[in-house]
Write a new protein. Structure first.
Length: 364
């Protein structure tokens, strides 16, 4: 092959390599314009080094740029609908003084895809409580809003979902609110002292010193809403009690807001004992994550059992939250989803294996 033939072949290869990347028929795209009040809004919307902008473009497929006093959104009808809906609502949040982060943006995009973009602003308007420093506590997802509404309306509420969905924190917020509104006279928070693969019995100190590590998340939430001094004062009066579940046996708890946290680690007997403790004027919240059970394999979770047994009992609400309701770092949401997908794949493999064994059984 001479040099001229080699060049012709190279040209042909280059042409063939480029052609597949040129789509033969693309959807018509158009540009929509959204007015802005100031460049400060754009800076807060797009984020540091445009990190928020990259999330919106990646998730919606639209191209977004600023032109004059407008944000230009270019894409297909569907891409424009979702991107414009999200941008308009996020600008509304910014004008209300709300902070925008990537987790909030992704959740807003999910709502917009479902046709629920208006709910983005509704969530921002619903203030549940205030911390001791005056910070507003609001629902950040529809799952959290459903959970809080259930806490307001029912005597017993089960809040079930993965880590980071705010189950315990929102329950403590509602408990403190009920106490301040004089709906209850005391708050009782409890957890089963189950060791998650670790042994703490060798640690020095009395029983309270040994169980305090289990109860630390409850203390942290109470400190947020009452402040360290307020919590200490109410604890000394007996108005607030934080104790392991074993301390509940044999008691009748009247006029109290009672929260059982990490309930997936209760046995069936413990759950029944707990749910029969509360008396007149009391309200009960049970929270847990049924994917993180630390009980011995031979023990069945009292939470799973209770969800089945009590599902039709009047004035008991059961709220299930998912990875979409995770409000911690966005990586937590990704990790939760990865574990959920792994569990689903394992369940599918198990089902296939069981079907295979059934097919291989001899007839008769």
């Amino acid at each position: 092959m001479n040099e001229q033939e080699q060049e012709l072949q190279n040209d042909e290869l280059t042409t063939n390599a480029v052609e597949p990347h040129t789509p033969s028929n693309t959807e018509d795209k158009q540009t929509e314009y959204i007015p802005i009040d100031s460049m400060d809004e754009v800076i807060r919307l797009f984020g540091v080094f445009d990190e928020n902008l990259r999330v919106i473009e990646a998730e919606t497929g639209a191209q977004i740029r600023v032109t004059g006093d407008m944000i230009a959104v270019t894409g297909t009808d569907e891409q424009d609908r979702v991107a414009c809906g999200v941008i308009e609502k996020l600008l509304g949040l910014i004008r209300k003084g709300e902070n925008i982060d990537r987790g909030r943006i992704r959740y807003a995009i999910d709502l917009a895809r479902e046709g629920n973009a208006d709910l983005i602003l509704d969530l921002a308007d619903d203030v549940i409580a205030f911390t001791s420093r005056g910070k507003q506590i609001k629902c950040k997802t529809l799952g959290q809003k459903k959970y809080v509404n259930a806490l307001k309306k029912n005597t017993v509420v089960f809040g079930v979902g993965p880590a980071g969905t705010g189950k315990t924190y929102l329950a403590v917020a509602m408990a403190v609110l009920a106490y301040k509104n004089k709906e209850v006279s005391r708050i009782i928070l409890t957890r089963p002292a189950v060791e998650a693969g670790e042994k703490l019995g060798f640690l020095p100190g009395d029983l309270q010193n040994k169980v305090d590590p289990y109860l630390r998340p409850l203390y942290d939430a109470l400190y947020d809403f009452l402040g360290a001094e307020g919590f200490r004062t109410l604890s000394e009066r007996g108005t607030i009690e934080v104790a392991p579940l074993a301390y509940m046996r044999g008691r009748t708890l009247n006029d109290a807001y009672i929260i059982l946290d990490e309930a997936q680690n209760c046995t069936i007997e413990q759950m029944k004992m707990f749910l029969t403790r509360f008396g007149e004027g009391s309200r009960v919240v049970v929270t847990g994550d049924i994917t993180q059970i630390d009980l011995p394999q031979e023990k069945k979770s009292g939470l799973i059992h209770a969800l089945h047994v009590l599902k039709d009992v009047e004035n008991i609400a059961m709220v299930y939250m998912s990875a979409r309701d995770v409000v911690r770092h966005e990586m937590v949401q990704r990790i939760v989803r990865a574990y959920e997908q792994a569990a689903e794949r394992a369940a599918e493999r198990k089902a296939r294996e069981e079907r295979r064994r059934d097919d291989e059984k001899p007839e008769g």
